[in-house]
Design a protein around this ligand. Structure first.
Ligand code: UD1
Length: 424
């Protein structure tokens, strides 16, 4: 229902606090139901995906409140073991609840999860992991029903380091009897943090952040208090926005170590960085240079920043090459950049972006969460006014992208549909 309006290029300068991590907090919310005690998570962003996960937890009978970034979850009793279809279809990552509910209640059912339309997103590895732990799973049309009298530790081998499947395996294994070894686990910082969170609940998980994670199952877990890290993808988006605005911006509340590959690529594109313990400063003075990038599982370049990078490179001095290897549908936003005058060709799984000195403004559609944020990056470098519609996608993951970028002097604001209707 909401639109974003960007007035055009302005040199950016300022400090921006980075919100807590979306992909970090969502699996922790699911994990909190593994205990019947209260859990408090802090630095939680007020974003639609968090509200959606809260909606699911409430539907299942948990108390759930978010105030000033502090999320309290009281899972004393679970009234249901079926995940509500309307919420689940909105957000794919709700699938991590399957492992958690199954581990706690011995049964769980869900509709196939939804989420962004960024290519095929199967869940075969998730189901394979739960089956390895002893679950009986029936797929019945659009529904999945899982049952397990008893979950037992096992060796799980992932053919690809899926983030969600690693999370699901972890959430079921912490309450399974005996030892589980997850081989080929995803190494994203969010996985490492989930392992620390689970250990805070009394679990025994070792090797989080490496490709082999060992879990020694426990009979019971307790509640805990945990602060989620800054969002590395939001931070990466703002670094690129700062570069598009040829500016100097300090991001506070994010670990530079989570952004190593992103910073390496952005340095190649001409940016200068200084790194603190919990802060990253970027400065863009010279020309924006073309780069060649391939996305991949962490620690490679994140697929979630592929579109924002493409938005930035539309104005580079030459031709860049981007190869998306994780979600094939993520080139769709290229069509929107073209409406702003970008020169992009997608062929055989690779996008070639030939920069021009400036983009023109225009009216474009946020097709998915990161694609929407990428249009903001492009709009900040455009010569005229840019309007982005269908911004509900952006609100799934960014608390308030306009508020944040205005802190660095950007000419950007929300234009709510209701305000527009009043004008008529
Ligand atoms: C998570 C992130 C998302 C990010 C992605 C990759 C959350 C909430 N979302 O999504 O922002 O873009 O990691 O870093 O944390 N695959 C299968 N079978 C499966 C599972 C995955 O083939 O059972 C494939 C997918 O189609 C995709 C690849 O594995 O090609 C990576 O997917 P995965 O790591 O599972 O991504 P998500 O956990 O969905």
């Amino acid at each position: 229902m909401s639109e974003i309006q960007i007035g055009g290029f302005r040199r950016l300068k300022g400090r921006i606090p980075v919100q807590g991590s979306k992909n970090g907090v969502l699996p922790m919310m699911a994990a909190s139901i593994l205990s019947d005690e209260t859990t408090v998570i802090t630095n939680v962003p007020a974003i639609q995906d968090v509200f959606c996960m809260m909606g699911i937890l409430k539907f299942m009978g948990c108390g759930c409140t978010l105030r000033g970034g502090e999320l309290t979850i009281c899972p004393a009793e679970l009234a249901r073991t079926d995940l509500p279809e309307t919420f689940v279809r909105q957000m794919r990552s709700s699938i991590v609840l399957l492992g958690a509910v199954l581990a706690r209640e011995g049964r769980a059912s869900t509709a196939y999860p939804g989420g962004c339309s960024i290519g095929k997103r199967p869940i075969d590895f998730h189901l394979q992991a739960l089956r390895a732990l002893g679950a009986e799973i029936r797929e019945d049309g659009c529904f999945i029903r899982a049952r397990a009298e008893h979950l037992a530790g096992a060796e799980i081998h992932f053919p690809y380091p899926s983030v969600g499947a690693t999370e699901n395996a972890l959430l079921a294994a912490v309450l399974a009897e005996g030892e589980t070894v997850i081989c080929g686990a995803a190494r994203e910082p969010e996985i490492e943090e989930l392992c620390a969170f689970l250990n805070g609940m009394g679990a025994d998980v070792r090797g989080g952040g490496t490709e082999m994670i060992t879990v020694f199952g426990r009979k019971r877990l307790r509640g805990c208090r945990f602060r989620v890290s800054g969002d590395r993808i939001v931070a990466g988006t703002y670094l690129m926005a700062a570069m598009a605005g040829r500016g100097e911006v300090l991001l506070e509340g994010v670990k530079p170590g989570h952004l190593k590959e992103v910073i390496r690529v952005l340095k190649q594109a001409g940016a200068g960085f200084s790194l603190g313990e919990d802060a990253v400063a970027v400065r863009m003075e010279g020309p924006l240079l073309p780069v060649s990038v391939q996305t991949g599982p962490y620690p490679e370049f994140p697929t979630d920043l592929q579109s924002p990078l493409m938005g930035l490179l539309c104005c580079a001095d030459g031709c860049s090459r981007i190869r998306e290897t994780v979600f094939e549908g993520r080139y769709e936003t290229a069509e929107e950049f073209k409406k702003l005058g970008a020169r992009i060709q997608v062929r055989e799984g690779e996008a070639v972006v030939c920069g021009r000195p400036s983009l023109s403004g225009g009216r474009v559609r946020a097709r998915d969460l990161r694609g929407g944020a990428a249009l903001v990056v492009a709009g900040l470098a455009a010569a005229g006014k840019t309007e982005i519609y269908d911004c509900f996608h952006i609100e799934r993951g960014y608390e308030d992208i306009c508020r944040d970028l205005r802190l660095a002097g950007a000419d950007i604001r929300w234009r709510r549909q209701e305000a527009k209707e009043k004008e008529r």
